[in-house]
Design a protein around this ligand. Structure first.
Ligand code: CA
Length: 515
């Protein structure tokens, strides 16, 4: 075969946009990030880079993770499959040791097969390597996660290195910031959120692109689910400071932070390389903020996420807000759609064909879509934290099925040592006011079914599951949720009052266990 033919075949194999141009994707994920940005109406914060990105994006107001835990969420983002289907039931690292199933066809795998170059900078937190291979990888597996996830100067240089070594293939670059994540459990010398890491003080190292900004606990905007106590405010202020390795020259009220400065640097690298007009940029987070009712919970407070989708080819809705419901399970279908790659027909176990239940978000970039339902599924966080839950958010209704409702809700090591939770424990033990919207007892002991109507109860404080006025809604949502569990081959589909027997036709067999 002649060289010209070989080149032509190679070009035909490359995914091209409608205009015939190569298309790329940059995925930015904050670790435990929430709505601390101007674009999401946090007026205490100045976030020029995220706000500028929002001006070139469709801003999703109703976006949700499918699971409120790091590794399971990253695995679901990178597969389009919920944790119970891709196998990442809990955290990947250390003794937790969860992995996705060997046969899972992940996004990096599918992209690689379609001749798209893949790169990851920052926190990977998923495995095995054969399921999640990247051509270019600087992660906790070969570097310090502080360096590749929090040192924005290092991140900037790695992005530059990736872009400068870019070949003729399109690319998918995943930049996984570690910054909004807690630090007190693993690196307490840098502060509760690593807010001192790289601040130039003795022993803290120095990040040249970051001028640390102190933040006053009195000025943080407390979400409704965080106790209004000095301890929690100081905790949140520390997180704001770490989020804010901010742009140089910001004024004293500019409470913006490393994450956003880092995003600015990464986007600047994209612009400098002349790739901003061919690259779909997505910004989101993996799970709820690390505060009570946040991370590890399937309440709104644990699953609602920021989501910006910026397409240079879809300028119609730049700067607009979408009320359509989006799930992080939609990211794999969206990215495959952007590259015009079909999802393969295959099975992970037996003959059950894997179906993506998410959808491409690209149509929303053209016109508002009638999407009103998203699903969530959680089994573990840490290996000891077995507390399976399934949930559906349908318009303003949220239904949570707590499968192990008779056991106390588990608390992770990282959160346990946090100033906010220690203060809650101490106040509860001393019978002092907690200034929280629930009690520890309520937090630990949950009803099997929790139904909330956010249109009349935005803080999800009234469980309507036993209210006869909502019996019809309850049954409808239960049926929707159960159908999704069957559609996604959920091994827990019969729990807690039955056993799944799969010979011949799969069905639930009763246990008569009084549930
Ligand atoms: Ca996380």
């Amino acid at each position: 075969m002649g060289l010209r033919w070989a080149l032509l075949l190679l070009l035909l194999a490359l995914p091209l946009g409608r205009a015939g141009r190569a298309r790329n994707v940059l995925l930015l994920v904050a670790d435990d990030g929430g709505f601390e940005s101007g674009v999401y109406n946090n007026s205490a914060i100045n976030t020029p880079n995220l706000d500028a990105l929002a001006g070139r994006s469709l801003v999703f107001r109703n976006a949700f993770t499918s699971v409120s835990s790091c590794s399971p969420s990253r695995a679901s983002i990178l597969t389009g499959l919920p944790q119970h289907q891709n196998g990442m039931y809990g955290l990947h690292q250390d003794v937790h040791h969860f992995n996705s199933f060997d046969k899972v066809q992940s996004l990096p795998l599918l992209l690689s097969q379609a001749h798209i170059r893949t790169g990851i900078i920052g926190k990977k937190h998923v495995g095995p390597e054969t399921v999640y291979p990247f051509d270019f990888a600087y992660t906790e597996e070969n570097s310090s996660v502080l360096q590749v996830g929090r040192n924005i100067t290092r991140i900037k240089r790695l992005v530059r290195k990736f872009l400068q070594s870019q070949d003729e293939r399109p690319f998918f670059l995943y930049v996984a910031f570690h910054d909004p994540h807690r630090c007190g459990h693993s690196q307490p010398q840098y502060g509760a959120f690593c807010e001192k890491f790289g601040n130039g003080e003795s022993g803290m190292g120095w990040i040249p692109d970051w001028k640390p900004q102190p933040y006053s606990p009195e000025h943080v905007q407390l979400p409704y689910f965080v106790p209004d106590t000095p301890a929690a405010r100081a905790d949140l202020a520390a997180q704001y400071t770490t989020i804010g390795r901010m742009d140089q020259g910001n004024n004293r009220t500019a409470l913006l932070f490393s994450l956003h400065a880092g995003i600015g640097l990464v986007l600047e690298e994209l612009r400098s390389a002349g790739l901003h007009n061919t690259t779909l940029v997505i910004y989101t987070s993996d799970n709820g903020i690390p505060f009570p009712s946040g991370r590890t919970n399937l309440y709104w407070s644990g699953t609602a996420e920021p989501l910006l989708v910026s397409s240079p080819e879809h300028t119609e809705r730049w700067g607009q807000v979408s009320q359509a419901y989006a799930s992080l399970l939609d990211l794999t279908p969206t990215i495959l759609d952007w590259f015009a790659i079909p999802y393969p027909s295959y099975s992970i176990f037996g003959t059950k064909t894997v179906q993506l239940t998410g959808k491409s978000l690209l149509p929303a970039l053209v016109s508002e879509q009638p999407w009103i339902t998203v699903f969530s599924s959680q089994s573990h966080h840490e290996v000891t934290m077995y507390y399976p839950m399934r949930a559906i958010q349908h318009q303003h209704f949220r239904l949570i099925h707590n499968l192990h409702f008779r056991t106390p809700f588990p608390i992770d090591q990282d959160f346990y040592v946090s100033p906010t939770f220690q203060d809650l424990l101490n106040r509860t033990r001393a019978r002092q006011p907690t200034h929280w919207n629930k009690t520890l007892h309520q937090y630990y002991y949950r009803d099997r079914w929790e139904l909330f109507d956010r249109s009349s109860d935005p803080t999800e404080s009234r469980n309507l599951a036993s209210d006869s006025q909502y019996a019809e809604v309850l049954e409808l949502l239960k049926a929707h949720l159960l159908k999704w569990q069957w559609d996604t081959n959920d091994p827990w589909v019969c729990a807690p009052d039955g056993v799944l027997e799969e010979k011949l036709s799969p069905q639930c067999q009763p246990l008569y266990n009084e549930l």
